[in-house]
Design a protein. Structure first.
Length: 376
């Protein structure tokens, strides 16, 4: 069973001012532009699929322009629980929810996010029908609210992993890390992925388990993301600095405990997943996280998966992974040690369960199910 999300944060009160309003006006304009483009391009009675938090207002605007169209909106990120969502200004709360309810079908990746959305709708005074998974919008229409937990295309992934460039990277990684066991992380360099806490937990593990020094390497592929933003550049600098400090503290002439690479290199990421003994996936929150599922499918070393309980993937993979609180550094350090100590037979059995969850609803089936549900 996946635990609920943490309660609303406390501390310095959140404040909103003119900067938010300027950004919100720009967000509205972007959604208006998309709606107008869809209205112009769509054939009579066509189906329009909209995706993610960038376009939460588009369906409502599109319905005004083209009421003959059917639409679905798929949110690929988590939906906030009411205590968090309620932190937004009242008018923005209503506009976000009512924008999504312009669609005939509102999609999320796992039931938790769909339930959170319906709870927010109810808190905002809208009529909900949990039995039929529907919400009545401000225009009197009912929108379906569903979850579709996307998985991975195992056959395609195995085929790609067998390519010469991937096998070449496997050889390179083995030359780089030797016979050490591999604790692997593959992430975008962004705050929600929680890389700093992951590295801090690994440092604590090394501090508490000196007997493991020299026997394992933490390979971190954290490729650049949104580097035009100062906060993301600061994060990258922090990760680089922290990695250097850990290597300096624990490393030797023959062994560096962390290998950090920041280039966007998909074949190398696949190679690392095939070789991983332990995979760390500890985002603060994540709509799904397909890296966890990809690693389970590709593993050749009976992977032990450490997974944040606040990922959508935890719904499918909890049975074969070890779930952690992404904010608890000591718990993660302990879990790394426990994962490395798992007997081979238990690792193999866990991996079978992981693969079963990872294969559920691959992308082509995911899209087909959405379209089938949308069909009147």
């Amino acid at each position: 069973m996946v635990p609920p999300a943490p309660s609303a944060p406390t501390g310095t009160p959140i404040t909103f001012g003119t900067e938010l309003r300027a950004h919100w006006d720009a967000y509205r304009r972007v959604n208006d532009t998309f709606a107008a483009a869809c209205a112009q391009a769509a054939a009579p009675g066509a189906t329009v699929l909209l995706q993610d938090y960038h376009l939460t207002l588009t369906a409502r605007r599109l319905r005004k322009l083209r009421p003959d169209l059917r639409s679905a909106h798929c949110t690929m990120t988590p939906w906030a629980d009411w205590p968090h969502f309620a932190a937004l200004p009242d008018d923005i709360q209503h506009e976000l929810v009512n924008g999504l309810l312009g669609a005939d079908l509102v999609c999320f990746l796992v039931p938790r996010w769909a339930e959170a959305f319906m709870s927010c709708c109810e808190q905002l005074g809208l009529r909900t029908d949990p039995a039929h998974q529907a919400v009545r919008g401000p225009d009197g229409r009912w929108s379906q609210v569903r979850s579709f937990p996307v998985g991975v295309d195992a056959a395609s992934l195995h085929s790609r992993a067998a390519s010469p460039d991937v096998t070449g990277h496997q050889k390179q990684l083995r030359a780089l890390t030797g016979d050490a066991r591999l604790v692997v992380r593959v992430d975008r360099m962004e705050p929600s992925k929680n890389i700093v806490r992951g590295l801090t937990a690994y440092a604590r593990f090394l501090e508490q388990h000196p007997e493991q020094h020299g026997s394992l390497v933490h390979y971190v592929l954290a490729y650049a993301s949104r580097s035009e933003l100062a906060a993301y550049r600061d994060l990258a600098a922090h990760v680089d600095q922290l990695t250097g400090a850990i290597n300096q503290r624990f490393g030797t002439n023959r062994w560096q405990p962390i290998v950090l690479e920041t280039r966007n290199n998909f074949p190398r990421a696949l190679a690392a997943m095939t070789l991983a003994d332990v995979m760390v996936v500890n985002p603060v929150r994540d709509g799904m996280n397909l890296v966890a599922k990809e690693a389970a499918v590709l593993s050749r070393h009976n992977l032990a998966l450490i997974l944040s309980q606040h990922t959508g993937a935890a719904d499918d993979l909890a049975d074969g992974s070890t779930l952690v609180d992404p904010l608890d550094i000591q718990q993660l350090a302990d879990t790394i040690a426990q994962s490395l100590a798992l007997p081979p037979a238990e690792r193999a059995e866990r991996l079978k369960r992981l693969r079963k969850g990872a294969h559920a609803l691959p992308p082509h089936q995911w899209l087909r199910k959405i379209l089938t549900t949308l069909t009147p």
